[in-house]
Design a protein around this ligand. Structure first.
Ligand SMILES: CCCCCCCCCCCCCCCCCC(=O)SCCNC(=O)CCNC(=O)[C@H](O)C(C)(C)COP(=O)(O)OP(=O)(O)OC[C@H]1O[C@@H](n2cnc3c(N)ncnc32)[C@H](O)[C@@H]1OP(=O)(O)O
Length: 359
């Protein structure tokens, strides 16, 4: 929190009271957030060693740390996939933290990972927490329409551009200070797996995007000179709660899959504890159905579009270890929510034996 050197004792005292109120509000939000820990990629040492580490420049979203952190996630995904990086045909990279620079972060990422110069790149900027879902949906389209395509999906957020005190910007961003954390995730999407090297984890059976009318201003993000200005209305959990069931019914109907909500496995973007509680309540889910989402929220916080990739990873770990007990459902859903309000919905299929031990 910044301190002031105001010459007016009255103004100074009021300001300090405001800050004290804000600090206890932040503490209340953190306590109820369901988040045990979060991570920050950029340490004081990295910032001090970086020539861009002035108070303003360090907030600017053009930091090279975004492609660097993404490259470590992408390298792990490629190693697990088992084929050379040069056989990746497409790259989709989603971030809100490095959205204001060209040549862009996806180009930097491609060279850090050693992708072919002919790789076809697409960068998604400012899709916020829907970015992971959007990237996976686009990857599905590319994979199904280009024979032999292998699409590397990478998502990364570094919260530094949105990390500033109340004296520097809008007080509304306090929610972000309570929720967001840094992280990067990656996955490879393709059709017609080449056995025995390629072992599918989840099949994306259906994907859709829904925009909720009249909600343009519920989430607001804008890159400014000093960093990211953003606001998230406290109506967000309610609006998600009012709309998820329709999206799910439409998606399952399109596939002709008939299932009760509790017969499915669940990968929901854990935007905040209140969003998961709302979905639990609206759909009447059994205890533990959103365990993978709650675990990721607790251990990493909300990493925006990256989070849903962590949830899918946690889900397959739990299924491989049979952590949630009983027979693992064959069908499941993935949902992510972002500015718009946009809801990304996917129906996933995980045939028995598709998630090998130790993956
Ligand atoms: C994207 C990364 C980009 C990286 C670049 C760098 C920039 C980094 C950040 C950019 C952010 C951009 C966002 C884009 C992401 C979009 C998608 C998302 O997931 S969006 C995220 C989606 N996530 C959400 O929308 C979070 C959902 N909300 C929650 O999970 C809970 O409400 C809670 C945990 C915050 C509080 O628990 P709960 O049980 O409700 O407890 P109580 O009722 O007791 O309230 C306690 C206090 O909290 C207060 N308050 C509540 N809401 C808000 C608000 N919106 N506002 C302000 N304050 C709020 C409330 O007034 C009260 O204050 P007080 O009376 O004590 O003084």
């Amino acid at each position: 929190m910044p301190t002031t050197t105001s010459t007016s004792p009255t103004a100074s005292t009021e300001h300090l009271t405001d800050l004290a109120d804000l600090k206890s509000k932040l503490a209340r939000m953190c306590e109820k957030s369901g988040i045990k820990q979060r991570f920050a990629h950029l340490t004081e040492e990295i910032l001090a060693a970086n020539p861009q580490s002035s108070p303003t420049a360090r907030r600017h979203p053009s930091t090279p740390a975004v492609p660097e952190l993404s490259a470590s996630a992408a390298a792990k995904a490629i190693a697990e996939w088992g084929r050379p990086a040069t056989e990746i045909t497409h790259l989709i990279f989603s971030t809100s933290s490095a959205a204001a620079r060209a040549s862009s972060a996806d180009r930097h990422l491609a060279s850090l990972v050693g992708l072919s110069p002919t790789v076809s790149r697409t960068m998604l900027s400012l899709n916020g927490c829907a970015g992971g879902g959007r990237s996976l949906q686009l990857a599905k389209e590319l994979a199904e329409n280009n024979r032999g395509a292998r699409v590397l999906v990478a998502c990364c957020e570094i919260t530094l551009p949105g990390f500033y005190g109340p004296g520097d910007g809008c007080l509304d961003n306090i929610l972000g200070q309570a929720l967001f954390g840094d992280g990067a995730g990656a996955a490879i999407v393709g059709a017609d797996p080449v056995g025995p090297v390629e072992r599918p984890l989840f099949e994306i059976a259906f994907a859709s995007q829904t925009t909720i009318p009249g909600t343009e201003d519920v989430i607001f993000m804008e890159i400014k000179k000093g960093g990211m200005d953003y606001r998230i209305s406290n109506q967000f959990p309610r609006l998600i709660g009012c709309n998820v069931e329709r999206c799910l019914i439409d998606a399952l109907d399109a596939l002709g899959v008939c299932a009760k909500w509790n017969d499915l496995f669940w990968a929901i973007h854990p935007g905040g504890r209140a969003i998961l509680d709302r979905i639990d309540g609206v759909l009447g889910l059994d205890d533990g159905k959103l365990a993978a989402s709650r675990h990721v929220l607790s251990e990493f916080g909300n990493m925006s579009g990256t989070t849903v990739i962590f949830v899918l990873d946690e889900l397959r770990r739990r299924r491989a270890a049979n952590q949630d007990g009983g027979e693992a459902p064959e069908w499941g859903v993935m949902m992510a929510f972002g500015p718009g309000i946009t809801i990304e919905t996917m129906v996933l299929h995980a045939p028995a034996g598709s998630m090998l031990e130790g993956n």
